[in-house]
Ligand binder design. Structure first.
Ligand SMILES: Cc1cc2nc3c(=O)[nH]c(=O)nc-3n(C[C@H](O)[C@H](O)[C@H](O)COP(=O)(O)OP(=O)(O)OC[C@H]3O[C@@H](n4cnc5c(N)ncnc54)[C@H](O)[C@@H]3O)c2cc1C
Length: 117
């Protein structure tokens, strides 16, 4: 947010460009949806319910969102997004792990499907 408010391109901040504003709105909406799935899974767990489906959905969705958001964040930074001086470059590399470790996205889908079908 700070970067696109500050960065000027073609006579105005990036944050004034509708295509980029819409991208930010989508990213924020996906993050909020992921947060609520995670909170819901945690609440189910705390209540002592069977929460395997909810946890698998939260893990699947939140880690895929994290990857999409990190990808778009690098894109919003332009060339700086690729440089190690900017934290977003590190976020982009780090987040790649989370659709793999602790059960891949494919395996999360298998667990969810097994519970549903
Ligand atoms: C940095 C890091 C830290 C880790 N830390 C831990 C740890 O602390 N403890 C621990 O136990 N493990 C840890 N792991 C291991 C991690 O959990 C595994 O890498 C992960 O579960 C995937 O297993 P795999 O690497 O054997 O991939 P594979 O099982 O070989 O899978 C390769 C690809 O095939 C897909 N695939 C496999 N089977 C199916 C299927 N039936 N249907 C559809 N697609 C499938 C996978 O989703 C994946 O995309 C870590 C891994 C990394 C990279």
């Amino acid at each position: 947010m700070a970067y696109i408010r500050e960065r000027q391109a073609f006579g105005e901040p990036l944050s004034r460009k509708q295509a980029l504003r819409h991208k930010v709105a989508e990213m924020a909406t996906e993050i909020e949806a992921a947060r609520h799935l995670v909170y819901h899974a945690a609440a189910c767990y705390n209540a002592g319910d069977d929460c395997v489906t909810e946890v698998s959905m939260a893990k699947l969705f939140a880690t895929e969102v994290a990857n999409r958001v990190a990808y778009q964040s690098v894109q919003l930074h332009g060339g700086y997004g690729y440089m190690s001086e900017f934290p977003v470059e590190r976020f982009f590399r780090d987040v790649r792990l989370w659709t793999i470790a602790s059960g891949t996205s494919e395996i999360m889908k298998e667990i969810i499907a097994k519970r549903l079908l």
